[in-house]
Design a binder for this molecule. Structure first.
Ligand code: SF4
Length: 243
């Protein structure tokens, strides 16, 4: 049976993007294939993974590596304790597409919508599990964030993802250039002008400069020349001190 390392599982509200405010259960996987300058996520697994409450307090721990049956049982237990079903179960990371077989097996064990939060680069892995995914939150990672050009990977990813409930998120920092932003917008528009684009102002970490409101508004106006729905939404869970 497939096993993998989990960082944490928790029930909270979705703080970003199209489904902001929805109650979800989050499965955070270990490891990532990128290194974003603003990343504040711990991607390294421990010998145990934690089940947390929405304030980040540890409720229980379980041994790593975990099995899909173990994680499905934890999800069902959380739903019982919450007293209401989640809008979706969100697979996040790290990069969840480094764990495709595991996601596929959990999807067969639970009866909730499957929400994938991905950095939008591993298109072969997405293709392998696309049938079990309902909602995709896909990032476009700009060269100023990852130090390389990933537009080709994003383009191929989007071609596979666009037939699902897909939205695209671009984190805007003080260093984001109009040139790279426009390149990203044109890739989204090339897939469909009706894909929702979220501009997410970076939550400052370390040396990373925040975007100004003027920068955000001018990027939104620029994107609206190519796309029908472009929204500016910050990380709302951070404002409320929930995880
Ligand atoms: S893709 Fe996500 S988890 Fe990976 S380095 Fe970037 S912000 Fe961190």
């Amino acid at each position: 049976m497939i096993e993998t390392n989990i960082i944490e599982i928790f029930s909270s509200i979705q703080g970003e993007g199209k489904y902001v405010g929805c109650r979800q259960i989050f499965i955070r996987f270990s490891n990532c294939n990128l290194k974003c300058i603003y990343c504040d996520t711990n991607c390294n697994a421990d010998n145990f993974y934690k089940v947390l409450d929405a304030s980040g307090n540890v409720i229980e721990t379980f041994k790593n590596p975990a099995t899909p049956h173990n994680v499905a049982a934890v999800i069902n237990k959380i739903v019982d304790a919450d007293g209401a079903p989640p809008q979706a179960v969100s697979f996040t990371g790290g990069e969840p597409l480094l764990h495709t077989q595991f996601i596929k097996e959990i999807a067969e064990l639970i009866d909730y919508k499957i929400f994938l939060e991905s950095n939008g680069t591993l298109y072969n892995e997405l293709a392998a599990i696309i049938d079990c995914i309902d909602i995709i939150s896909m990032d476009i990672k700009l060269p100023s964030v990852v130090g390389k050009n990933l537009f080709k990977e994003h383009q191929r990813f989007m071609e596979i993802a666009k037939n699902k409930d897909l939205y695209v998120k671009i984190v805007i920092t003080g260093e984001t250039t109009q040139e790279e932003f426009l390149m990203a917008v044109k890739i989204v528009a090339g897939a469909s002008k009706d894909i929702l684009l979220i501009l997410q102002p970076v939550t400052p970490v370390g040396e990373v400069k925040p975007a100004t409101i003027e920068q955000l508004l001018s990027f939104q106006a620029l994107a609206l020349k190519y796309l029908s729905d472009v929204r500016i939404i910050p990380q709302t869970h951070k404002m409320m001190n929930v995880i």
